[in-house]
Design a protein around this ligand. Sequence first.
Ligand code: PLP
Length: 438
Amino acid sequence: MTLTYDATVSPSAGRRFRAYTTRHLDELTARAGLSEAERLEVRAVATVLPFRVNDYVIDELIDWSAAPDDPLYRLVFPQADMLPAADVRRMADLLRSEAPKPELTAAANEVRAKLNPHPAGQMVLNIPKTGEEPFNGVQHKYDETVLFFPKQGQTCHAYCTYCFRWAQFVGEPDLKMASDNIDRLVAYLGKHPEVTSVLITGGDPMIMGEGVLNRYIEPLLEIDQLESIRIGTKALAYWPQRWVTDPDADDTLRLFERVVAAGKNLAFMAHFSHPREMLPELAQEAVRRIRNTGAVIRTQAPLIRSINDDADTWATMWRMQVRQGMVPYYMFVERDTGPQDYFAVPLARAYETYRDAYQQVSGLARTVRGPSMSATPGKVCIDGVTEIAGEKVFVLHMIQARDASLVGTPFFAAYDENAAWLSDLKPALGATKFPFEA
Ligand SMILES: *Cc1c(COP(=O)(O)O)cnc(C)c1O
């Protein structure tokens, strides 16, 4: 597809990476067969939520003959009904009347503020775990795990419509929380020998070139207590060239090899939303190359209505991952932010989808866990639905908890077929509180 591309958002010179943004939206949605009125509504949604795609996603992943219903189209393109109709009308009116930019931004910010932009206390958690002075770019989530958000890694090769970190992509500096201070992290780890795993996340850290990535990773190799360095990324799906044909592809693989040679597990946390993302030969070659460095690829994704909300899609995805030597890790529940009403799958149906997919795969794929809600107290897993003493309940347990003593203990919630998040659940069997509320 020939489009004028946005050179300003190319992550590094010399790459063939081209990003398309809201300026190209009308042209792209026309290709999907949308009418002029529908295209205006989509543009209205994109004044509020971030939009970014690239030519690989456009040419290799999306089935344009099936758009706009195609799941890969829906993965990256905003939909008119993702936001309340009144908000879409308001933004569409402003676009139609060519309202001045400040007016558009102010209106968009009002709509954003209603979308719980910081789920699970993202901003509040932007601090170390105990006592110390807060600093940007580090979240000490669980005793053994620290998340690090490198400053240059705060964008992605394309944006998922359901992203729970959408607020950081809409250009409000005070919503950002990144760091370029690796020394500060190293000093923090020195004071916290209990931390054995650093998770580099974003955005997508693989948007960074090898030189920058190396500056963050190399100092961590000296820290003996670290068992693993994780990289959370969607780039195997959105830009597999990163490990195959990009100018720094080979250097990046050598960096991965150095991590492994330093005696650490390089855990590559790959976000795959749909089996089609694993089909291109380029993606499969990237998987082979990454695995050849000694890195382990683990896979995770949220369960999203209209994109991957059926058991066969997940079973197919896990099977393809096992075949390619990847390790299924988590199925997440969509978080309570942004267009959650649009994408949410109720917990009862999420559990059934997980169970029906799990039943179809061999033990090698049953490394996966879920459906899991990553919420403020930790990760809550829905283990099942049962009846106890005549009361229908959800059986739950915590996979992770800010208070580690809560991990692994079963607890119950009153069954509610519409509940879609932890905050919708009520304790069951006479309990007045959940264990994490005590
Ligand atoms: C899952 C998760 C982690 C990592 O936890 P593991 O169970 O060790 O994979 C870190 N932070 C958040 C917010 C998470 O949801």
